[in-house]
Ligand binder design. Structure first.
Ligand SMILES: CC(C)(COP(=O)(O)OP(=O)(O)OC[C@H]1O[C@@H](n2cnc3c(N)ncnc32)[C@H](O)[C@@H]1OP(=O)(O)O)[C@@H](O)C(=O)NCCC(=O)NCCS
Length: 121
């Protein structure tokens, strides 16, 4: 059963400007260590930061207000195939999150779907 969906699109340049202006203070406010390490491994780091920012916004929309999440309550990782995963930290969240990310030269986009976790899975 689908409980919620969320989508977000962002201009990569907006995140690049925030990084230029606020540097580590901005990055550490929004992103967890693993997300910073992942994005910085890539030449186009701003695109990877932007898509993680969009991912968190999409999860906020999909989850709604219960629980009320902040940036670092959402951890984005990638599995061994590169597929992105979202986890909720600091809250008792038992539902499943399906995340899809994409970025082009100028834009990053994310979609999140929340479902009841199948107890048999
Ligand atoms: C996976 C693939 C579809 C990504 O497409 P792309 O056009 O290069 O990149 P996009 O900008 O649209 O998306 C990039 C995002 O896709 C996601 N992604 C990467 N690999 C993925 C995968 N296997 N499944 C789902 N999403 C994936 C990541 O979140 C990535 O962003 P991130 O590195 O910042 O986390 C592409 O690499 C591909 O077609 N690979 C060949 C098929 C393949 O490897 N399939 C996976 C089998 S293991």
């Amino acid at each position: 059963m689908i409980l919620g969906t969320g989508i977000d699109v962002i201009e990569i340049e907006r995140i690049a400007r925030a990084i230029d202006r606020w540097g580590d203070h901005f990055l550490r406010h929004v992103f967890l260590d693993n997300e910073i390490t992942y994005a910085r491994r890539h030449k186009a780091a701003a695109a990877h930061f932007a898509v993680r920012f969009a991912a968190k916004e999409a999860v906020f929309k999909a989850v709604g207000t219960n629980p009320q999440l902040s940036w670092k309550d959402i951890r984005i990782t990638n599995d061994e195939h590169g597929r992105p995963l979202a986890e909720i930290l600091n809250h008792d969240f038992q539902d499943s999150i399906y995340l899809s990310l994409s970025h082009s030269k100028h834009y990053a986009v994310a979609s999140a779907i929340i479902t009841k976790t199948d107890p048999a899975a």
